[in-house]
Ligand binder design. Structure first.
Ligand code: JFZ
Length: 435
């Protein structure tokens, strides 16, 4: 008993502290609930990591990894001149990939604002020769082409002097050993107010960096309220690797499907909120010019399908080059994913995780009285599924509508599969259920 109390009391106190810090009295508005449904239907987004770090071609953590002092890092800004940046091309590419939204870094851990901020001059307008607000350009284009825009915002800041006391990272920036934490949070709220005021309707805010100072008071209640007051439909999510805090509208996972933790930092607790998982095409978020380990289109489609079967969205990352172009290896893969979605999107968009939990061979998705069985990896001619309590009216191949033979038995459903085609990523069987 004593042992138990020793274990649980601190945990409880911790949970309570987090609870108090978040937006406990939050009741999502009607617009927010509708946006959540839209989000779940959308299924696929493009993540964009772009900043002055892109110039060094060594990922977005380069300042910390190479122990670059803030005053040296600042010199980078004068070279950021992405003359080849064409927002129309980016948004058209995202659409060609079949994505329904874009999530872009407004400020990463280096603290540099990729937008016109009035509360700092550490931003793209004041420090770069380009002098244009790329977020504004992108937002206008997204609205024009009918795609939603989310902003990634790093709460962790390696540049701001008031990010103090320091957390786990950013110790080599050469900042004075003093600072006013609340002033930093005021600054952050002021920037968020800008992002939610000057860029039209925002899909949501994708927070990251709380993990740097897990025990700090992040004033989440205040920040989340600010966002929801300014734009009630904006969805808040945070990459804190914990179950969602009150005030958050979706739960995210980094480089893992919901409930899994192969990356080593994800929670396996899956909430009832809309879900999203993000991953990279190679192994870098920000542009990395030596990282050539690209995932195949097949692997990317499989991840998208497994995410959908886990009731989650897939946010697939690109790290554009410093000149504003997206590297050809990414473009090719995105277009191929898009071609696949054009033919098979019916089994992805607007679906939820299906009646049979994810399996090693594949997953199921469902929309109304239609279940899609996604066979990703099953070499044999028959596949036995556990019965899920519904009668089947008709089974057909999504590819060409040809009938699929099946047997409904006690406790199981047997599907006779067509021979697997090597070039096919996903053999999709459509089960039309008896209403
Ligand atoms: C975070 C960022 O640090 C990264 O740069 C990128 O933006 C990604 C989407 O999100 O990635 C993390 C954050 C924390 C850990 C690992 C990766 N962690 O605590 O191990």
């Amino acid at each position: 008993m004593l042992v138990r109390r020793r274990c649980w009391l601190p945990l409880l106190a911790f949970a309570f502290a987090l609870d108090v810090a978040a937006q406990t009295d939050y009741r999502p508005s009607r617009e927010n609930l509708a946006a959540r449904r839209w989000f779940q239907d959308a299924k696929f987004g493009i993540f964009i990591h772009w900043g002055i770090y892109s110039l060094l071609g060594d990922g977005e953590w380069v300042m910390n990894n190479r122990r670059i002092r803030a005053q040296d890092y600042e010199k980078l800004a004068q070279f950021f001149n992405p003359t080849e940046f064409d927002p129309h091309e980016w948004v058209a590419l995202a659409k060609a990939a079949g994505a329904r939204y874009i999530t872009i870094t407004s400020k990463h851990h280096d603290g540099f604002a990729m937008f016109d901020s009035q509360v700092t001059d550490w931003d793209i307008i004041d420090r770069t020769p380009y002098k244009r607000d790329v977020l504004k350009m992108l937002a206008d284009e997204c609205h024009k082409q009918g795609i939603k825009l989310f902003f990634y915002y790093s709460q962790l800041d390696w540049h701001h002097p008031d990010y103090y006391p320091r957390g786990a990272t950013g110790h080599d920036a050469g900042r004075p050993s003093q600072g006013d934490w609340n002033r930093y949070l005021d600054f952050m709220d002021a920037q968020l107010r800008e992002l939610l005021t000057n860029y039209g309707a925002v899909g949501g805010i994708w927070f990251d960096g709380m993990w740097d100072k897990p025990d700090a008071d992040w004033r989440l209640a205040r920040t989340y309220k600010l966002i929801h007051d300014l734009q009630p439909q904006a969805l808040i999510g945070s990459n804190h690797h914990r179950p969602p805090f009150p005030g958050e509208d979706f739960q995210m996972f980094e480089k893992d499907l919901p409930g899994r933790n192969t990356a080593g930092f994800n929670t396996t607790e899956v909430s009832a909120l809309p879900l999203e998982t993000c991953d990279t095409i190679n192994n870098s978020w920000g542009y990395n010019f030596t990282d050539n380990r690209f995932k195949s289109t097949r692997a990317l489609v499989h991840y998208l399908v497994r995410a959908a079967g886990s009731n989650a969205n897939f946010l697939l990352n690109v790290g554009p080059m410093p000149n504003g172009k997206i590297q050809p290896e990414f473009v090719v893969r995105l277009r191929e994913v898009g071609q696949w979605l054009k033919q098979n999107g019916e089994a992805i968009y607007g679906t939820r995780g299906g009646p049979i939990a994810p399996r090693p061979w594949g997953v199921t998705t469902q929309r109304g009285d239609t279940v899609y069985v996604h066979v990703l990896d099953w070499p044999d001619g028959s596949l036995i599924l556990p019965a899920f309590g519904r009668r089947i009216n008709r089974a057909r191949l999504l590819r060409d509508g040809s009938p699929i033979r099946y047997e409904e038995r006690a406790g199981e459903l047997l599907l006779r599969l067509p021979p697997q085609r090597a070039e096919e990523y996903d053999t999709i069987i459509v089960l039309e259920l008896t209403p």
